[in-house]
Ligand binder design. Structure first.
Ligand SMILES: Cc1cc2nc3c(=O)[nH]c(=O)nc-3n(C[C@H](O)[C@H](O)[C@H](O)COP(=O)(O)O)c2cc1C
Length: 130
């Protein structure tokens, strides 16, 4: 597949099949992603993949945190949306219009819920930096 096709066909998925992804496939994905450029070729990332029971434990923890209404606390603060450029704010507004047709609080609650169940994904890859 040509790179242009990769870019044209890619999209964010928000509901995955629960089918298991083989360890070989996961390792191959990480190998290919590892071809990404890095400062002085330091390749400083560590990769952790959660599947099976481990991932279920993580999913349950997310749901429990969500139930407690605990807000996220990102290590790298992206800043408040109102500080984004006009173009960025328009893109976000269009995004919410497109996917966020929340008629009531229940719809919004449902959207939050699918995020907290990690979109049913059968594997989650965590990248960490020292
Ligand atoms: C850093 C980052 C964070 C994101 N966070 C979320 C998120 O919390 N929930 C979500 O549904 N999508 C999230 N997305 C996906 C974006 O909404 C999506 O990339 C954007 O709307 C463009 O759509 P596309 O990826 O289908 O082309 C995130 C994407 C990035 C790059």
């Amino acid at each position: 597949m040509k790179f242009i096709e990769v870019m044209e066909k890619r999209h964010s998925s928000r509901d995955f099949k629960k089918d298991e992804v083989s360890e070989d496939t996961l390792r191959e994905i990480v190998r290919i992603a590892g071809m990404s450029p890095s400062w002085e070729n330091s390749q400083p990332w560590n990769v952790y993949i959660a599947t099976g029971e481990t991932l279920e434990t993580i999913r349950e923890a997310w749901i429990a945190e969500n139930d407690k209404k605990i807000k996220g606390s990102a290590d790298m603060n992206p800043g408040h949306r109102t500080n984004f450029s006009e173009r960025g704010q328009k893109n976000m507004a269009d995004f919410m219009d497109a996917i966020g047709k929340f008629d009531d609080d229940e719809d919004l609650e449902n959207f939050n819920h699918v995020q907290h169940i990690l979109f049913n994904s059968p594997a989650v890859v965590y990248l960490t930096l020292p």
